[in-house]
Write a protein that binds this ligand. Structure first.
Ligand SMILES: Nc1ncnc2c1ncn2[C@@H]1O[C@H](COP(=O)(O)OP(=O)(O)O)[C@@H](O)[C@H]1O
Ligand SMILES: [Mg+2]
Length: 307
């Protein structure tokens, strides 16, 4: 069997006249944690739904878990754990009842055992009789993950699973995704958090339905070709005023007492800032772009061709 758990090309989806996923190709290897990034409305959810057979593509082909995405969506659905963007379990059922309900839907044979194992694995046993609706965001998300793991899927499709969840709970969640990865379970996960993006084996960045770049974090950063100058000092707002509309300067991003000056054309940027660097009260340093710098730059250059 191929080592590729997801292998699709030409994936395209229109809603009315709007092309929201445009000729997308995606390769994800077994055990990989693959991050899906991009601004709201860029087509992440639509792509995820086409991969698990909930939405029929208008064009494109390929396989997911060895099954044809166009003709074998029933088989795919059975082996995929899909966590939707919004919490979709029942708030007025207890944790135990929710898991038991999901297990019944999948017609699982060892239902009782699997549900209690699942409660234990997630550290939810003591809270089993608590109503799902009374849980904090972090616990709700753990429960949702437990529910989508019950039937022991080989592929997890997680759509912004940690939106609004606190940093500790997000870290625990990622710990679990990495443990699953070590067991050979593949994860495709969409997120807006840069720290989470950095924890993926590979990333893809989508804007307006187009996959603009993909690779490891390092590859994505290297491929950007961005030059970044870091400026450090007090009263940076004074400098910020002087930076308005300098040729070659595409972004100015303040971080506390740092400024990031970002541009695509190294020489042009250098020439523009050179006069400001002479006798400057600030400390100037050539540094590397962060993933966030790269994504914001990509988004700035992307064109909305869909209208
Ligand atoms: N069922 C639908 N009908 C019409 N338009 C939709 C539907 N679902 C999504 N869209 C549109 O498709 C685009 C991509 O949406 P989506 O895949 O949800 O993006 P993302 O998950 O990246 O935020 C958006 O412009 C959205 O409004
Ligand atoms: Mg979405």
């Amino acid at each position: 069997m191929s080592n590729l758990v997801i292998e699709v090309k030409g994936l395209t989806k229109y809603f009315g006249k709007r092309c929201v996923v445009d000729n997308l190709a995606l390769h994800v290897e077994r055990g990989q944690i693959y991050g899906f990034l991009g601004p709201n409305g860029s087509g992440k959810t639509t792509t995820i739904r086409m991969l698990c057979g909930l939405l029929t593509p208008d064009a494109g082909q390929g396989q997911c878990l060895g099954y044809n995405i166009l003709t074998q969506s029933d088989q795919i659905k059975r082996q995929v754990g899909y966590m939707t963007q919004k919490f979709t379990l029942y708030e007025d059922l207890t944790i135990h009842e929710n898991l038991d309900f999901v297990a019944r839907i999948y017609g699982m044979s060892r239902r009782r055992v699997r549900v209690s194992q699942s409660l234990e694995q997630l550290g939810l046993t003591e809270r089993a009789n608590q109503l799902a609706g009374s849980l904090s965001g972090g616990w709700k998300q753990r429960l949702a993950l437990a529910a989508c793991l019950l039937h022991e899927p080989q592929l997890l499709l997680l759509d912004e699973p940690t939106a609004g969840v606190d940093p500790k709970a997000r870290r625990d969640f990622w710990e679990q995704i990495h443990q699953l990865s070590a067991q050979g379970i593949t994860t495709l996960v969409s997120t807006h958090y840069m720290d989470e993006a950095e924890r993926c084996h590979r990333l893809a960045y989508l804007a307006y339905g187009n996959l603009l770049v993909n690779g490891t974090v390092q590859e994505v950063i290297d491929h950007s070709g961005l030059t970044v100058w870091t400026v450090m000092g007090d009263n940076l707002w004074k400098l910020q005023a002087q930076l308005k509309s300098l040729p070659g300067l595409e972004q100015v991003v303040p971080f506390g007492n740092l400024l990031h000056l970002i541009g695509q054309d190294t020489d042009l940027l250098q020439a523009s800032i050179a006069p400001l660097m002479t006798n400057s009260p600030y400390e100037w340093q050539l540094s590397k772009p962060t993933l966030e710098d790269v994504f914001i730059s990509l988004m700035g250059h992307a064109q909305d061709h869909s209208l």
